[in-house]
Design a protein around this ligand. Structure first.
Ligand code: NAD
Ligand code: MG
Length: 360
């Protein structure tokens, strides 16, 4: 049984299917595949577990596949080019469909390849990590990293459908599950205090992968993301709220070298830092900040940046972040729990104090 949500973007609208047993069911692909030829893009970890199921579901089509190396450190121009090598080698024309089978790295790279191949071909997201099911597969942001900054090269390109099979989460490493929970928490912090309270009382079930708890968390997360994306597809305003914790988080990821920190772990710390700064601005009180840290930590996530990342280095890394608009840093901060805002001015000494703050 699948729950279906719609991402409402006029002609570019598409469904998100969430449920158990979807990945091998042709019904979820058939309405969305264009042309006779399908290129499945996946990686060397996911392929042995799920590629055959997806191929079985697509048995009516001519299927090709490209299996990329696994890891954020391979989200590069060179590795991305292998998708084009495969498409061109096999003489794919424009009437084809790309399928992204994997986590956010595969999804972002495949989506960006779909945006560029012969000036744009359709693609379907089949996310297999919690993070990808609640966040990266929805909303059309695609891209790759540059040594100078994360996701610096990319495009907006919406998928034709998102097929989120919750059974796939059973094989996910516990650390990866927690990283996904960081993005789930994010939706509560920015927009939905009752959802945050629900997470507080269901964290044990979520960590134990209780299917109904995970199903609810994924659905609510996708509803909030879909609503924000529908309001502001190209991030001229509200969509930036989804970057809560990300300005600090990206600096941590880049500073440590891609692949060292999980994205969700870095976002978790970034969220605690955003709460810290929000308290300095007088918006949150100590109890709120404690609640943020407790929730993050109960999800199995870190709350503090690495000790060796100095405030100076932090500032340096943050200034190449793409959330910097016309030379000014933009921050997503919390007016209250469940109510985030975007602001471009923060007093430098308050920012510095947050960057220098390390919990004893
Ligand atoms: P990931 O894609 O690296 O996947 C995490 C790990 O889990 C990998 O080793 C992967 O091979 C493995 N894996 C995937 N599915 C599995 C399964 N079902 N069972 C066992 N192992 C499995 O990481 P991620 O957390 O999914 O995504 C992070 C990426 O997403 C980052 O590059 C980030 O920039 C991007 N992202 C993009 C958006 C967006 O809007 N486009 C939003 C958030 C994050
Ligand atoms: Mg993210």
């Amino acid at each position: 049984m699948a729950q279906t949500l719609n991402v409402d973007l006029g002609l570019r609208s598409y469904p998100i299917y969430i449920g158990s047993g979807l990945i091998a069911d042709p019904e979820f692909y058939r309405p969305h595949v264009r042309g006779e030829r399908v290129m499945i893009v996946t990686n060397e970890t996911v392929a042995p577990i799920y590629l055959d199921s997806v191929k079985a579901a697509l048995a009516d089509y001519h299927i090709s596949e490209v299996v990329l190396p696994d890891g954020e450190q391979y989200k590069t121009l060179e590795v991305w080019n292998r998708i084009f090598d495969a498409l061109l080698h096999e003489r794919f024309a424009r009437d084809c469909t790309l399928i992204a089978l994997g986590g956010g790295v595969v999804g972002d790279m495949t989506g960006f390849a779909a945006a560029c191949y012969q000036r744009g071909v359709p693609f379907i997201q089949v996310p297999t990590t919690l993070l990808a099911q609640v966040d990266s597969s929805v909303g059309g942001k695609t891209g790759i990293n540059h040594p100078a900054g994360k996701n610096m090269i990319g495009a907006f390109h919406q998928p034709l459908a998102v097929i989120a099979d919750t059974d796939t989460l059973e094989t996910l490493a516990q650390k990866e599950l927690s990283a996904g929970l960081a993005e789930v928490l994010k939706y509560g912090f920015i927009r939905d205090l009752p959802f945050l309270a629900w997470m507080e009382s269901h964290m044990a079930e979520l960590l134990a992968r209780d299917p109904s708890a995970l199903g609810h968390a994924i659905k609510r997360s996708c509803e909030i993301k879909a609503a924000i994306v529908a309001e502001d597809e190209l991030e001229s305003g509200q969509r930036a709220l989804l970057n809560l914790g990300h300005t600090f988080g990206h600096a941590i990821e880049a500073g440590a070298g891609y692949g060292t920190w999980l994205h969700g772990e870095a976002v978790a710390v970034g969220t605690c830092m955003a709460a810290n700064l929000s308290q300095r601005l007088g918006w949150l009180d100590e109890g709120d900040v404690e609640r943020v840290r407790r929730l993050v930590s109960s999800a199995g996530l870190p709350t503090d940046p690495p000790a060796d990342l100095s405030p100076e280095r932090f500032l340096d890394l943050m200034s190449v972040d793409k959330k910097v608009l016309s030379g000014k840093m933009r921050f997503v901060l919390l007016k209250a729990l469940g109510d985030a805002i975007v602001t471009s001015y923060v007093e430098p000494d308050l920012l510095y104090a947050t960057l220098a703050d390390r919990c004893p």
